[in-house]
Write a protein that binds this ligand. Sequence first.
Ligand SMILES: [Zn+2]
Length: 227
Amino acid sequence: MVRSPSSPRHVAGQPARRVILAALIAAACDSPMVVRPDFAYNPTDLTGGQLYRWSTGARVRVFVEPMGAGSVDLAIAVQRAVSAWNAVPQAREFTLDVVTNRDVADVIVYDRSLPQPVVTGSCPFNPSGAAGYTYFCPINGRAERLRPLASTVLTTAIVIRVDMTTTATQAALDALVAHEVGHAVGIGGHSPQSTDVMYTRPTVRTPTDRDRNTLRNVLGRAADITL
Ligand SMILES: [Zn+2]
């Protein structure tokens, strides 16, 4: 909200002060007052201390490789994760959007039973037997762009592979996908507390205060790697 400066009548004869007041109001409007919480666990312990996040204000397009009908639904899990993490930024530092066109995707989510959806980048893509795996390849401070299969354009920064044979229920898949999407929005670490989404074996899909505070802290810091 923009407010007009106080009536000039109150500062007549003090032009310098009036200018300062106007400048303060302008500054307050330009930068929302955001108090950053401290992180609850280290968001860079998987990246050797490198902090990564999307550029401020990014709209992040998320594509889910379609699956046949089954008892658990990957698209639903991704939509839930997107909604949950979108609620965390304090100043719209990023917005995740699920899209239906793979060729414009910043993030691609797929199940292990499907072919790898992008041409491999410069870093080793090695999910081995992990239930969930989030990949990006930093080059000169930025995540390398990958080319989705059948596309000619380099668009994709992050690839998430899940193994749905490890998740018998929708709740288990929701927790796994929420965890991986947490990595994809800037948490490059794991919580030691089992109740957090970013615990190594997550059981919940909604970020806790500890998860939220950790991400909010990341979003307020300068990135070593921009996604
Ligand atoms: Zn993880």
